[in-house]
Design a protein around this ligand. Structure first.
Ligand SMILES: O=C(O)CCC(=O)C(=O)O
Length: 201
């Protein structure tokens, strides 16, 4: 199912098994441009590698982790790192909007149309059983895909424009996977920030 352009904030777009909502205008265009430019230069971007069929390959994106807790994700361990002013500003905005608290943020930089994120659920044990994850998009618009793990006809695709905030919660991570595939049409860089609460172990 492809969703129409305008979605009401806080409407659940999933037909079952979890909650996913999107506010397409969480940040204004001016705010989005400002934070995009700041984060592009201030973030300590890392090129991580993953092992696929025994071969070490560059991940198709750059990544950074900030916050007070360590995190293991996609087999990579991220150590705690203090958030700078822009990240703290965004954290406060996202916390005020969602009414949730977050102690960490994962940033991904998709440099162009060839960068991507494969199918996965955000189901690491440090996130707890039913995590609330807030995902902010800056820069180029990209397609975000969702599929139910067992009911094949439940598939969705939404466009994540700059300044949009996608929130995933409830049992979603048990039942759904999400991905950001590469695309054939040329596009500029995009930064995605996922605010997460890492629980003590
Ligand atoms: O870039 C995106 O919108 C997706 C990011 C994502 O799936 C993740 O950080 O787990």
């Amino acid at each position: 199912m492809k969703l129409p352009g305008l979605l009401l904030p806080n409407t659940n777009i999933l037909p079952r098994d979890g909650i996913c909502s999107i506010d397409e205008a969480f940040l204004s265009p001016d705010e989005s441009h400002y934070f995009f430019e700041q984060l592009l230069v201030q973030t300590e971007w890392q090129q991580y590698q993953i092992r696929i069929f025994g071969k070490l390959l560059d991940q198709p994106r750059l990544t950074a982790w900030y916050g007070s807790a360590a995190y293991t994700y996609s087999g990579l361990r991220f150590e705690p790192k203090e958030m700078g002013e822009s990240l703290v500003n965004l954290l406060h905005k996202v916390e005020a909007y969602t009414g949730k608290t977050f102690n960490s943020v994962l940033l991904n930089l998709y440099r162009n149309e060839n960068d991507s994120m494969g199918w996965h659920s955000d189901d690491e044990k440090e996130l707890g059983s039913n995590p609330f994850i807030a995902s902010l998009s800056l820069g180029a618009e990209r397609g975000f895909h969702l599929k139910h793990k067992t009911i094949k006809q439940h598939k969705l695709k939404i466009q994540l424009n700059e300044g949009s905030l996608l929130c995933m919660s409830g049992t979603m991570q048990h039942h759904w996977q999400h991905a950001l595939p590469k695309i054939s049409k040329a596009c500029g860089p995009r930064i995605n920030l996922t605010f997460r609460e890492i629980l003590p172990n």
